[in-house]
Design a binder for this molecule. Structure first.
Ligand SMILES: [Zn+2]
Length: 139
């Protein structure tokens, strides 16, 4: 049965702690696991694209120690890091661009944003499209 594979055990020993209503300690632990999961998935794609390989396990511990990659990165997961908000706006912009795309235009899509007060801007892209986008940038 879905969701009943393992009994819920609170590591902080809080009686009211459940899977759907975890205590602060369990919620924090879960968020940390979720963050690590997303970070690991994204890091693996970067490693593939750049053909970079970790020299030792310490390279994989977190973003700060991922020295084997040619870029520095910071991964955010879920609501608090803004990941969900960014994804929502990205999907809207991508759909808009897709609707306006000319037949036969196969160029990959990037989402660019111009925050108020910035002379700079940001580019948001799908990690799954990174290789195609880098190739497009390289001409
Ligand atoms: Zn708990």
């Amino acid at each position: 049965m879905k969701g009943e594979a393992r009994p819920w055990t609170c590591r902080a020993g809080v009686d009211t702690c459940t899977r759907t209503a975890p205590c602060p300690a369990c919620r924090g632990a879960r968020n940390r696991r979720k963050g690590k999961r997303g970070q690991g998935q994204n890091r693996r794609v970067l490693e593939t694209v750049f053909d970079a390989h970790a020299r030792w396990a310490g390279d994989l511990a977190n973003e700060e120690t991922a020295r084997h990659l040619p870029v520095r990165y910071e991964n955010k997961a879920g609501r608090t890091g803004g990941a969900n908000t960014i994804a929502t706006h990205y999907l809207k912009a991508e759909a808009q661009a897709e609707a306006a795309r000319a037949v036969g235009d196969l160029r990959p899509f990037v989402f660019t944003v111009s925050p108020d007060g910035w002379s700079d801007g940001l580019i948001v892209l799908r990690i799954s499209r990174l290789k195609a986008i880098l190739e497009a940038f390289a001409g």
